[in-house]
Design a protein around this ligand. Structure first.
Ligand code: ADP
Ligand code: ZN
Ligand code: ZN
Length: 733
């Protein structure tokens, strides 16, 4: 419940119910029954109990045999809820793998058979042929088998087994089945590698700190291809050799198969995997293996930061700058920052790795909060790809019209392909046309639920909203004036792939984005086909920009960067710089030198100039000036309050009321409050959005004003369930 308090229940002193921290419990709440977590256990009635002891209601039942949440995670969720000004219950719910919240999840159990006397096979004269077959099969399997497997393998019916059980040669038992997400995977060979000096130095500092068993946070700033993964793996090896456990976070599911296979190959079954692409059973089993201490290495996406590893020694956050670490719904936590706090609580070492660290992280490193580890060179001394900007304003003059693909890029593609090398073309927008415009009346077709133009997807002939999923068949005439002069404006990946296929009919071109990837495993398959040379060119969104290692890619083309650059957001320059640097890092990773061609209408923008030069420090300095001028982090602490309501007048009313309660809480004006005003996306998923932005040099002041202001508002009946507070928002849109 969205409540800032805990509730007390009684548990009968006799009987089965044994309360324990972290257990889920079903309790009466008003007229309903709800599920809660045990966050404190009192042997006697607590002295500060604020209700009549006779009114304390009894709990109904506990849902788990053992707590899913450890005391350590309990504390971490409490901190998270507090830091992000959200609710503890909501945070606990977010901390459990999806699907485990509502009901009892049970381990999968199967009937199995065990050989009691291994000598039996030697003096098996007393056995029938079928019985001997059973005994032999069991012996070969090491003495234990699942019942059904045994029937198959021994090629017998149930009766010989039953007889052997009756004669006490065998026993039947129940076995927990581990639903293993990696069971069907081919594991890669891990090459023997001698570390470079930079790797040695970084690793040495990390392992020294692990040995000291004290919290320390590192920022591993290594250019793309500098060998960060090898450092992670060796640090993990060191950690488990010390008898402790390690957690590795990656931003996206798409990256988990790459790393988890490598981890499994390196460390075996002690590796557990957690992400939303697993089945509920797999997730539950992996969680239990971690909880039981069977798995000592966990890899996963955002919510894996709450995995119940014991004796944590190391927490790695790969691609720490990635916005995917931020949860986009309440509780709005950033797993990178929670990971650092988790390491802090556990006396563990945190390693945040990136080629393009977030501004805040680099700032922390510059100011001594994190220790900076630098790996400035690519492995093998390979040069970073050389980059060229194509000024699309010139292209427009030359061609007399807008074109998606410049002659410069097309020539580069032809040249690369003729050498049998591979190509990646990045465009960060899906679909065929960005929007539909009526040439007669100027109408654009917008989403019913959002203040967003609909994107045309040709393959299914529909207009869809990329924010809420709303879609309609593409009309033949303007819905407003019925004119037939509809004009499809702007490209997306679908259109781009189409144009490229027409221009290069002999090349095998595949598109990778959320529309083209629909089946589980399809992305991996395409990436594998590309890695093994069955595809010549990949066209896609940033899904293809990250983390992959394709040695034969020597050209990366970037189309439509101006879309991202033009977004009215505090991080649009940072995101553009990161995206280009990341995707450029895909080029020239092998023996052959790489090239990057970027098309833009803003060739002078510092984000592009610095990305071209692969100059992170330079970008950092430029961006810092921008952040300082506009009073953005790291110079201030930032919070956003968003009011969302289906009726505009109600959204405005609530936002104005909030402002009236925030001002008296801020008498000395140490917090600057802007708004309420319509958010840049004024309507989303059928809700109007009114926003206030708060900033202050003092994080404490900011929180004080927020806490006092919001609780005053709540006391005066402002409906807080329409109010969403974000601390350290990564985007203000
Ligand atoms: P990053 O994550 O920093 O972009 P990777 O970890 O993917 O870089 O490393 C790039 C490539 O270099 C990988 O193929 C990796 O196996 C290889 N590699 C890493 N360290 C070494 C080393 N010391 N010697 C040789 N090859 C290495
Ligand atoms: Zn029209
Ligand atoms: Zn929509």
């Amino acid at each position: 419940m969205p409540l800032h308090r805990v509730f007390t229940y009684s548990v009968p002193s006799e009987g089965q119910l044994r309360p324990e921290l972290g257990l889920r419990v079903r309790v009466p709440f008003g007229k309903r029954n709800l599920i809660g977590f045990v966050v404190a256990v009192h042997a006697e009635r607590p002295a500060d109990l604020d209700i009549d002891p006779k009114k304390v209601r009894p709990a109904i039942e506990f849902l788990d045999d053992e707590p899913l949440i450890t005391p350590e995670i309990l504390r971490l969720t409490e901190w998270t809820a507090d830091y992000y000004a959200s609710f503890w219950g909501e945070t606990l719910k977010a901390a459990l793998p999806a699907g485990m919240n509502s009901e009892k999840v049970r381990p999968k159990r199967r009937k199995a058979v065990r050989l009691l006397d291994p000598e039996l096979a030697d003096n098996s004269k007393a056995l029938t042929t079928a019985q001997s077959s059973v005994v032999e099969t069991l012996n070969k399997a090491g003495g234990e088998m699942l019942w059904t497997d045994l029937l198959d393998a021994a090629n017998v019916g149930a009766s010989p087994i039953n007889t052997l059980v009756k004669r006490r040669f065998l026993e039947v038992f129940v076995q927990d089945i581990h639903r293993d997400p990696l069971s069907a995977e081919k594991l890669p060979e891990r090459p023997q590698i001698a570390l470079t000096e930079h790797q040695k130095s970084a690793l040495g500092q990390i392992t020294d700190s692990i040995d000291e068993s004290e919290f320390k946070a590192f920022l591993l700033h290594g250019v793309t291809g500098s060998g960060k993964t090898e450092v992670y793996f060796r640090a993990i090896r060191h950690t488990i050799a010390m008898g402790r456990s390690a957690l590795m976070l990656v931003p996206e599911i798409a990256l988990t198969p790459v790393f988890s296979r490598q981890l499994r190959a390196a460390f075996g079954p002690t590796v557990a995997i957690l992400h939303s692409g697993l089945s509920q059973g797999e997730r539950f089993d992996e969680w239990r293996r971690i909880r039981a201490g069977e798995a000592r290495v966990a890899i996963g996406t955002r919510s894996a930061v709450f995995a119940p590893l014991k004796d944590l020694g190391l927490v790695i956050v790969d691609e720490e700058h990635d916005p995917a670490y931020r949860q986009w719904e309440s509780p709005f936590y950033n797993a990178r920052d929670v990971a650092v706090m988790r390491a802090n609580f556990a006396g563990a070492v945190a390693v945040l790795g990136s080629a393009t660290p977030a501004m805040e992280s680099f700032h922390n490193a510059k100011h001594g909060k994190y220790t900076l580890l630098s790996m400035p060179e690519r492995i093998g001394g390979r040069n970073l790809a050389s980059a060229e900007l194509v000024d699309m304003r010139d292209v427009f003059k030359r061609e007399g019209k807008d074109v998606a693909l410049s002659r410069e890029l097309l020539e580069a593609i032809a040249e690369t392909a003729s050498k049998g090398e591979q190509i990646i073309v990045l465009m960060n927008r899906r679909g065929f046309a960005q929007f539909v415009l009526c040439r007669s009346c100027g109408e654009t077709i917008k989403c019913e639920n959002c203040d967003i133009t609909l994107t045309f997807h040709r393959r299914d002939g529909r207009l869809t909203c990329h924010y809420c999923g709303y879609g309609v068949p593409a009309p033949r005439s303007c819905p407003k004036c019925e004119s037939e002069f509809l004009y499809f404006v702007g490209e997306g990946t679908e259109n781009l792939a189409d144009q490229l296929e027409k221009k290069f009919p002999s090349l095998k071109i595949e598109r990778i984005d959320r529309d083209s990837i629909t089946r589980k495993g399809e992305l991996e398959q395409k990436l594998l086909d590309f890695a093994e040379g069955r595809i010549d060119m990949l066209v896609g969104t940033q899904m293809i920009a990250k983390g992959h290692d394709f040695p034969n890619v020597t050209l990366v083309g970037v189309v439509g960067v101006d879309i991202g650059l033009g977004l009215p957001d505090l991080r649009s320059a940072e995101r553009t710089f990161q995206m280009i640097t990341q995707v450029a890092g895909r080029s020239g990773r092998g023996e052959k030198p790489g090239r990057v061609v970027i098309q833009t209408y803003h060739p002078d923008h510092y984000a592009l100039q610095r990305a071209m030069a692969q100059d992170y420090e330079g970008f950092y300095a430029d961006e810092l000036k921008f952040r300082e001028n506009f009073r953005y982090p790291p110079f201030v602490a930032l919070a956003s309050i968003m009011v969302r309501h289906r009726e505009l007048s109600r959204a405005k009313g609530i936002a104005n009321a909030l402002r009236r309660h925030l001002d008296p809480a801020n008498p000395s004006k140490t917090v600057r409050i802007v708004g309420p005003a319509s958010a840049s996306i004024a309507r989303l998923k059928n809700e109007y959005r009114m926003q206030m932005i708060l900033r202050s040099e003092s994080r404490r002041e900011l929180r004080k004003v927020l806490d006092i202001g919001l609780s005053q508002a709540e006391e005066h009946g402002v409906e807080m369930r329409f109010v969403f507070v974000e601390i350290d928002p990564v985007s203000l849109m």
